[in-house]
Ligand binder design. Structure first.
Ligand SMILES: Cc1cc2nc3c(=O)[nH]c(=O)nc-3n(C[C@H](O)[C@H](O)[C@H](O)COP(=O)(O)OP(=O)(O)OC[C@H]3O[C@@H](n4cnc5c(N)ncnc54)[C@H](O)[C@@H]3O)c2cc1C
Length: 483
């Protein structure tokens, strides 16, 4: 009898650098790659927010479609099902007489619960689960920390330790060949966004930094474009705090989050670039940022469900304000603070926001408005194309004094706006109502007299909101709480 393995695909929507797929192809006669559209991914989160918005659902669908195309090019196929993996996978095991269910291990607590449910359900079958690690740059078996509790709480300590003591493993080669699906196994159709309960079609606004479409093909093309064709890596460190355009930063994150590309592939490409073109602070900085990603993932692994509590990882007892209409104003980009509003509108309309923007809007929500930081994180989870549990919840916690470091960390948003968007080009791009407002007032339109507001076609309260809060007063309060 031929031996069969199922490969359960989750946030690893690719065929290259995919150890479970490679292992299955090397050790089994029949390989059944499976993707489940799990209804839990399309439900709501603790604040009644959709877990996934239409923009990310569209990107995810693209990824699944692209993976199916790549597998079909190899003569194989992707089995697609709608349902809970703990039901779908055992059914497929019985149908195909599979002896193994291979998968990458995930980090978040919900992901771990599903993994456990699958493991449990497989006990009633003849198949055993097989786990691989593929999420991070540094393999979990190579990091120099024995126990999760040994993972440093401070980034620099983590980075120095892995840089000194760990090696990045080479990428896994794609399977040499893949067999067709076993007879009788239906590939199944990929659900439309309508089937998944979405009303919109998830189209991204034309003003987006990139016309993000999901899939390994496009992810690899973006690596090639950013590093080689546009030659952006050599100046990445200087440009990475930008706000407008495709190339101030790599925009690798949506493809990384869905596992269309891996940090190791990027690392290899950076080293190839360093050999062939330049080796400078900028090329190193890309690795440095990928280590931040590892840090937040390993911290999430260490923190478990503490990461999702009001007091966060350290249990900081902050008296968060209750949910009121200020959350809606923050979320819809109508706070009356242009830098916050422009960033939130970019997020809402494209699924992307720069790192600089994310830090500032997070500071606005959890520090200036003192709203429960988890509402911000849950909103980002719903809207971001690149949502990744460790990176999102870890960064939110870090910026909200509930990460590993309780120091009052807040951004002076207007100062930041003037520094990173000196002439107001970014805020005008997303807030056309500020189009005629002179540079001097563009980040603080409330400083204009009523006559000026009329003159520049931006009357506060009519064309653009009055600021919902006096930011300077909030900074005074934060400083007082700190002292
Ligand atoms: C409140 C908040 C929430 C965030 N949520 C997410 C998230 O859900 N998913 C996500 O991938 N990133 C998140 N980030 C980190 C960072 O903003 C994005 O990774 C980055 O903006 C993505 O754009 P890029 O790929 O062009 O980044 P680049 O500057 O080109 O960086 C290259 C890669 O390094 C990694 N990286 C860079 N900065 C960070 C960081 N601070 N933390 C973790 N990884 C980093 C990312 O994988 C990124 O793709 C968040 C940051 C903040 C402040």
């Amino acid at each position: 009898m031929p031996s069969t393995a199922l490969v359960w695909i989750r946030n690893d929507l690719r065929i290259r650098d995919h150890a479970p797929l490679r292992y299955a192809a090397d050790h089994h006669d029949q390989v059944v790659p499976v993707y489940c559209f799990d209804p839990r991914h399309f439900g709501t989160t603790m604040f009644d927010l959709p877990k996934m918005g239409a923009i990310r659902a569209r990107f995810l669908r693209d990824c699944v479609e692209d993976l199916r195309d790549s597998l079909q090019d190899e003569g194989a196929d992707l089995v697609v099902r709608r349902g809970r993996p703990e039901k779908v996978l055992p059914d497929l095991v019985r149908q195909t007489d599979a002896s193994e269910v291979l998968q990458f291990q995930e980090i978040g607590t919900e992901e771990a619960e599903v993994e456990a449910a699958v493991e449990d359900a497989l006990r009633d079958t003849d198949a055993t689960p097989g786990f691989f690690w593929g999420k991070t740059l540094y393999h979990i078996d190579d990091i120099p920390f024995e126990e999760p509790s040994d993972i440093p709480s401070v980034y620099t300590n983590f980075r120095k330790a892995v840089e000194k003591k760990s090696q990045v493993r080479p990428t896994t080669e794609a399977p040499r060949s893949l067999p067709p699906l076993p007879e009788g196994v239906e590939a199944g159709s990929i659900p439309t966004l309508g089937d998944l309960g979405f009303e919109g079609d998830g189209t991204i606004d034309d003003r987006s930094v990139l016309p993000f479409r999901g899939g390994e093909t496009r992810g690899l093309d973006r690596i090639d474009e950013y590093i080689w064709r546009e030659d952006c890596l050599k100046k990445y460190k200087a440009t990475r705090n930008g706000l407008l355009g495709a190339n101030y930063s790599s925009k690798f994150s949506p493809w990384l989050a869905h596992g269309c590309i891996t940090p190791r592939q990027i690392h290899e490409e950076v080293e190839r670039y360093e050999d062939r073109r330049f080796d400078n602070k900028s090329t190193y900085w890309m690795k440095f940022e990928l280590i931040w990603r590892d840090f937040f993932n390993y911290v999430a692994w260490k923190a478990g469900d503490r990461l999702f509590r009001p007091g966060g990882i350290i249990g900081n007892d902050i008296d968060w304000r209750d949910h009121d209409d200020s959350f809606e104003r923050w979320a819809t980009g109508t706070t009356g603070i242009p830098f916050v509003d422009a960033n939130m509108r970019e997020l809402n309309q494209t699924g992307y926001m720069s790192n600089r923007g994310r830090q500032n809007v997070a500071s606005m929500l959890s520090q200036s408005l003192k709203l429960d930081w988890r509402m911000g994180a849950a909103y980002f989870e719903s809207r971001l194309l690149d949502h990744d549990v460790g990176s999102n919840w870890g960064n939110w916690a870090y910026n909200s004094r509930v990460g590993n470091d309780p120091r009052a960390r807040y951004f002076n948003i207007v100062k930041q706006a003037k520094r990173y968007d000196e002439n107001g080009e970014y805020v005008r791009y997303w807030l056309p109502e500020l189009g005629e407002v002179p540079d001097e007032y563009v980040h603080e339109p409330h400083r204009m007299s009523h006559e000026q507001q009329k003159l520049f076609n931006c009357v506060l309260g009519a064309d653009y909101p009055k600021p919902m809060v006096n930011l300077d007063k909030t900074y005074e309060r934060i400083r007082a709480e700190r002292d």
